[in-house]
Design a protein. Structure first.
Length: 223
C-alpha cells in the first residue's frame, strides 16, 4: 500500500493503522455469537482464557439450559459447570454466571445494566468485559483492551504502558472516539490473522514492518 508521507510520529502510526485496518476489515462482526446483552455478557465472561470459537461451540448448550437471567439463576451451578467445562476455569465461571444472573433479577429487573459501575459490580465482570458489553451491546464508545491488543499496541509503538489500563488510556487519546468500537475489533482480527504471539515478534507482519520499519530486534511485551 502506498502512503503519501513517511510514518515518523506516534500520531502518524495511529493514522496509518486506523486507515489500513479499515481497508482490511471494512466489516466488523462481533466474534462472539449472541442474541442480546445478557447472552453477550455471559459469552464474554466465558471467553476469559478461552477462544471465541470454543465459546461459540459451548454457548448453544448453555442456552438450552436457560437463556435469560431469571431461568439461569434457577439452574444448579453444577449443571452450568458441566456445560461450560470446555471453556476452562469452569468452577469460577459457573458460579459467576449463576450469581450475576440472580443479581440481574434482584437488582436490575432482569436487564443488563448500562453503566460501568453496575456492570463491574457483577461477579466475573471486569473493566474489559464491561467495555465489550457497553460497546457491542449498547453502542457506547469504548476501547476494550485485552492482553493481545496490549501486545500489539506495544509492537506498533502506540503505547509504552506496562498494563492494559494504561494502554487503553493511550489508545483512546490516539484514535477518534467514533472509531473506537470498530477499531478494537479490527485490531483483534488483524492480530489473530497476522500478528500472533508466535507468528510475529514485532518484525514480521505487514503492520509491524510498516509502522516501525527500522526495528531490528524482537519486541518484549511489558505487562
Amino acid at each position: 500500500m502506498e502512503r503519501s508521507k513517511p510514518i515518523c510520529t506516534k500520531a502518524d502510526r495511529a493514522a496509518y493503522i486506523d486507515r489500513r485496518l479499515a481497508e482490511l476489515y471494512p466489516e466488523t462482526p462481533v466474534p462472539l455469537d449472541h442474541t442480546d446483552a445478557y447472552s453477550l455478557l455471559v459469552a464474554v465472561l466465558l471467553s476469559a482464557q478461552c477462544t471465541d470459537k470454543r465459546v461459540n461451540l459451548v454457548t448453544p448448550h448453555l442456552w438450552a439450559l436457560a437463556d435469560n437471567p431469571a431461568d439461569m439463576a434457577k439452574v444448579p451451578v453444577a449443571k452450568i459447570q458441566a456445560v461450560i467445562r470446555p471453556c476452562g476455569l469452569s468452577p469460577q465461571k459457573a458460579k459467576a454466571i449463576s450469581v450475576l444472573s440472580g443479581m440481574l433479577v434482584d437488582l436490575h429487573s432482569g436487564q443488563v445494566p448500562r453503566t460501568y459501575a453496575e456492570l463491574e459490580a457483577l461477579p466475573g465482570v471486569g473493566h474489559k468485559t464491561a467495555s465489550v458489553v457497553m460497546s457491542q451491546a449498547f453502542g457506547e464508545p469504548a476501547f476494550p483492551v485485552d492482553t493481545h491488543i496490549h501486545r500489539l499496541a506495544q509492537r506498533w509503538k502506540l503505547t509504552a504502558g506496562k498494563n492494559v489500563e494504561q494502554t487503553e488510556k493511550d489508545l483512546k487519546r490516539l484514535f477518534p472516539i467514533e472509531h473506537w468500537n470498530q477499531l478494537h475489533l479490527r485490531i483483534i482480527y488483524y492480530g489473530r490473522e497476522h500478528c500472533t504471539a508466535r507468528g510475529c515478534d514485532g518484525t514480521v507482519c505487514e503492520m509491524c514492518r510498516t509502522v516501525v520499519p527500522k526495528r531490528k530486534r524482537p519486541v518484549k511485551t511489558k505487562k
